[in-house]
Each structure stands twice: as structure tokens, then as C-alpha cells.
Design a protein around this ligand. Structure first.
Ligand code: DAH
Length: 346
């Protein structure tokens, strides 16, 4: 009997020592089956109870039972400590520190070309213009011929135009061919449209010129349209785009599809006309080309020039954004440098 009691005492001691080492729920389960489970050491030891004289069995059994209860409550205690410890550890590992400043999500913005196009469109739509969509891939005939470009005109030369394998099909070099398309759709009804879109020129890329850029074409045809109508519409545009009280100025120019032709300047948005770096000390910034639609072009579009007249204008969209937001290099628009986009986007 004494041997068994000694063994039980020794087992209890060993079990408690092992329990003190167990430091996870997993180790806890292993410990339980090792010492107090159905196939554990305590059960095995008690298998020897049968060998004891009958009268000694109850006392030894009682001790064994007390040991079992003691071990189980030690386990419970240890388990509680471990669980609390595991909870603290996982909280600090995965926890959210609510005192940290939040992370700013990156907000998407409109590209400055989009912003400028929307501003331009809004202004003209308010004046009763419709938006007309014309293709970027054009025929040589529409891009040049029907717009009254003489055969040897420099704009037709190889360095200006992107050709396709079909010599008659090119990437449009301006939005003006859309004029003919819109005329042919509306003639002989009056028409008042803007035509925005991409244009392509086979040019060296510089701070002032890109191979791909956007233009907006403006076109009005009706009876009795005069140069004053052109002036009124563009002055209103300049005031809304660049701020009230703007001056505009016309300089005579030449385009094959308009007669007379002008280039239109607005007083410098930076210095108000006093002269600065932006306007190269001239006080003026060029914003577009324009003119009265050439009779031949009206005719090509299906209008009788004896009855109808019209004006047209064409402007670079990036140029409008450059002037309005003081951007100094057109290449920035399509470099996709987020810093530029964040700086100029509204
Ligand atoms: N298409 C011309 C260009 O790209 C711009 C232009 C000038 C358009 C005069 C017009 C206009 O409608 O009347 O340089």
C-alpha cells in the first residue's frame, strides 16, 4: 500500500510540475490525456489497486480520488490563466489601435482634360449648342479636301499626318472634318453644335505640342449669321471660362475653310493684360482659331451659301486647361504622373 501511495504522491508532483510548463490550450489537452484522462497515468496506476488487500483499497482509492480532483482543479486554474494570456496576446497582435489616425483613401479625380472639356461643354450647352460626336479615323477627303485645303497645302505633308495602310484613311489632324459630317446630317436645317474629341499630329513632342491632343470645334449655321455672332459667342465663352470682365481680341489669320479667318486672344488670365511671363509680356493669350465658314465648305456640307452663312471655331482643350490652371507643359497631361494629376485636378 505504501508503495502505491508513494507512487500516487510522486505522480501528483510530476503532473503539477508538467502543468506549470504547459503554456497553451493545446499543451493543456495533451497534459490532461497524459495524466488524468481515461488512458492517463493516474488510471494506469490505479489499475494496481486490485492487487492491494481488500481493506486497504478504500483508503488508497480515496487518496487517488483526491489527487484526481486536485489535478483537475489545478488544470482548470491553469487553463483560465492560459486563456486570459492567449486573449491578451492575440488582442495586442491583431488588435486595432483606435487612437491611431485613420488612413486616407486615395480619391480618384477628373483628369484636367476631362475637367476642361466639361467646363467648355457646359458653357456651350447653356448657349443652346448640341454636342456632336465625329470619328477620330477620317478620310483624307473629309480631313482636308472638303475643307478646302489646296492640294499642296503644308498641313497635308507627311510630317503632319498619321497615315494608315490605306492612303485615303488617316487619323484626323483636327476636329474640323466633323463640321462636314454635321452639315451633311443637318442640311438644310440650321445647326449649332460643338464637336469635341481627340486629334493626332505626327509632330515632335515638345512642351507645346503632343502627338495626341484634344480639340473642340464650334459651328453655327443659319440665315444671317454674321461675324458679330461669332464675337458674341466667343466673348461669352471667354467670360465664363476665364472670369467675368474678359477682353478678347481678333487677329487676322488664314485657314482654308474660313473666310475671313482670325485667331482669338483673351487678355492674360495672370496679369490682366499688364504683361507677364505667361503672356510673354504681350498681355494676350491665344485661345482659338475661328472665322466665317468658307462658301465652298458650306456648299460641300450641303448648304446654299447664298442663303446660309455660318461661323466656326476650333480650340485645343489642353490649351484651355493650361491657361486656366497655369500649367507650363502639355506633356504633363499624358505622362500619368499622379503628382501632376493631384496638383491640377480640382
Ligand atoms: N482646325 C484648326 C486647327 O486645328 C483650328 C480652327 C481654325 C478651327 C479656324 C476652326 C476655325 O473651326 O474656324 O488648327
Amino acid at each position: 500500500m505504501s508503495t502505491l501511495l508513494a507512487q500516487l504522491a510522486e505522480l501528483q508532483e510530476r503532473a503539477l510540475a508538467a502543468l506549470a510548463q504547459a503554456d497553451s490550450s493545446e499543451a493543456m489537452r495533451t497534459w490532461h490525456s497524459e495524466y488524468v484522462g481515461r488512458k492517463g497515468q493516474l488510471t494506469t496506476l490505479l489499475g494496481g489497486l486490485g492487487q492491494l488487500p481488500r481493506e486497504e483499497r478504500p483508503a488508497v482509492g480515496k487518496v487517488a480520488n483526491e489527487i484526481k480532483v486536485a489535478l483537475e482543479s489545478a488544470l482548470e486554474e491553469r487553463q483560465a490563466a492560459i486563456t486570459a494570456d492567449e486573449m491578451t496576446r492575440s488582442l495586442s497582435a491583431e488588435g486595432v489601435d483606435v487612437t491611431l489616425p485613420g488612413r486616407q483613401p486615395l480619391l480618384g479625380r477628373y483628369h484636367p482634360t476631362t475637367t476642361a472639356l466639361r467646363e467648355i461643354s457646359d458653357i456651350f450647352v447653356q448657349m443652346g449648342f448640341q454636342i456632336y460626336d465625329a470619328p477620330e479615323v477620317e478620310t483624307d477627303e473629309l480631313n482636308f479636301g472638303l475643307l478646302n485645303f489646296p492640294p499642296g497645302h503644308p498641313a497635308r505633308e507627311m510630317q503632319d499626318t498619321f497615315f494608315t495602310t490605306n492612303p485615303d484613311v488617316i487619323l484626323r489632324t483636327h476636329t474640323s472634318p466633323g463640321q462636314i459630317r454635321a452639315m451633311r446630317e443637318y442640311a438644310p436645317e440650321p445647326v449649332r453644335v460643338i464637336l469635341p474629341g481627340k486629334c493626332y499630329r505626327n509632330e515632335d513632342v515638345t512642351a507645346r505640342a503632343e502627338m495626341m491632343f484634344y480639340q473642340v470645334e464650334v459651328m453655327v449655321i443659319d440665315k444671317n449669321i454674321t461675324f458679330s455672332d461669332l464675337k458674341g459667342v466667343i466673348l461669352n465663352y471667354a467670360n465664363q471660362m476665364y472670369g467675368e470682365g474678359r477682353d478678347i481680341r481678333f487677329r487676322k489669320s488664314y485657314f482654308p475653310f474660313t473666310e475671313p479667318s482670325v485667331e482669338i486672344d483673351v487678355d492674360c488670365v495672370l496679369c490682366g493684360g499688364k504683361g507677364c511671363r505667361m503672356c510673354k509680356y504681350s498681355g494676350w493669350l491665344e485661345i482659338m482659331g475661328a472665322g466665317m465658314i468658307h462658301p465652298v465648305v458650306l456648299q460641300n456640307g450641303g448648304y446654299d451659301p447664298a442663303v446660309y452663312s455660318g461661323f466656326a471655331a476650333g480650340m485645343g482643350i489642353e490649351r484651355q486647361a493650361i491657361l486656366k490652371r497655369s500649367i507650363d507643359d502639355i506633356r504633363l497631361f499624358y505622362d500619368n504622373d499622379v503628382r501632376f494629376l493631384e496638383r491640377v485636378a480640382k
